[in-house]
Design a protein around this ligand. Structure first.
Ligand code: G3P
Ligand code: CA
Length: 277
């Protein structure tokens, strides 16, 4: 009798574990039509927004490299995430208080790992020169309102590229992206939606999709209904997450057009992606 009780407990327990998602086995998800974007480069395996992370993104066969852009004190377009250099370099202060020559002296690799000591900051110009012909580029303008004229500088740089179909500009700043669209109508732009603003009314979807090709969300703040509404207006949706291990599975479930990921759960070389649930 005791044997049967134990057996029943084991079977019921296993069913509960399975139903509650505690089954930690890798699951394969097929996502043939979904684009992959290496968030700040392949930033789970190399220091974010560096040449090394971008090269790794290409090696891992990302469709696009995502990067963040600011202006230096002397007006150069430079690649870094934060508006201060403290977290990712051996120095302290606002990027906008350093000239490009000064920024080039900073080590952007060592805070991640000694293995990357000596990595130096890239300009947007250099990123385009080195990677434009290899992979798509998703360029985020960080706090563009703090850098008057940044849209014109980016437009002038991109005018040097006849075909901009493999480049996307994005920002949390809607007006900045509206301006980019006016400056370069052929360029695809994306609007990043803050988690606190994730419910978009029909009117705002209509307004955003009138100039933006992409409307991009943190994966934890979107649902399939919102994706369907944006698709119905002709827009596309990208989702990102830094921590959610279910990013790829959710993206697949919601039917979005691409995932922006640091590649901690990175796709294999074929369209079958591995994801932990
Ligand atoms: O591309 C989406 C994502 O990059 C936005 O967040 O903070 O990583 O720039 P953040
Ligand atoms: Ca970004």
């Amino acid at each position: 009798m005791r044997k049967y009780a134990v057996l029943v407990i084991v079977i019921v327990g296993s069913c509960l574990l399975f139903l509650t998602g505690y089954n930690q086995q890798d699951k394969k998800v097929h996502m043939p039509d979904m684009l992959s974007f290496a968030h700040r480069g392949a930033s789970s395996v190399a220091p974010e927004n560096t040449r090394a992370a971008f090269a790794k993104g290409v090696e891992l066969q990302a469709d696009f490299l995502e990067c963040d852009v600011h202006l230096s004190k002397d007006g150069e377009l430079v690649i870094m995430h934060d508006d201060r250099v403290d977290r990712t370099t051996n120095a302290s202060g606002y990027i906008s208080d350093f000239t490009l020559a000064e920024l080039r002296q900073l080590d952007v690799g060592s805070t991640y790992s000694k293995e990357f000591a000596g990595e130096s900051i890239m300009t947007l110009d250099e990123l385009l020169e080195e990677f434009y012909h290899q992979v798509g580029l998703l360029i985020e303008l960080k706090n563009p309102q703090a850098y008057p004229g940044i849209e014109e500088k980016v437009a002038t740089l991109l005018l040097g590229y006849e075909d901009v179909s493999s480049i996307i500009l994005q920002s949390f700043d809607v007006e900045s992206m509206r301006k980019m669209h006016e400056l370069l109508p052929d360029l695809q732009v994306g609007v990043l939606i803050r988690p606190t603003d994730s419910f978009l009314s029909a009117k705002s979807i209509e307004d955003l999709t009138s100039f933006a090709t992409f409307i991009n969300f943190n994966v934890s703040f979107i649902n399939k209904r919102m994706v369907d509404k944006i698709h119905a207006q002709g827009g596309k949706v990208l989702v990102w997450s830094k921590k959610d291990k279910r990013l790829l599975a959710k993206a697949h479930k919601y039917g979005v057009d691409g995932v922006i990921t640091d590649f901690s759960n990175w796709p294999t070389n074929d369209p079958i992606y591995l994801v932990q649930e």
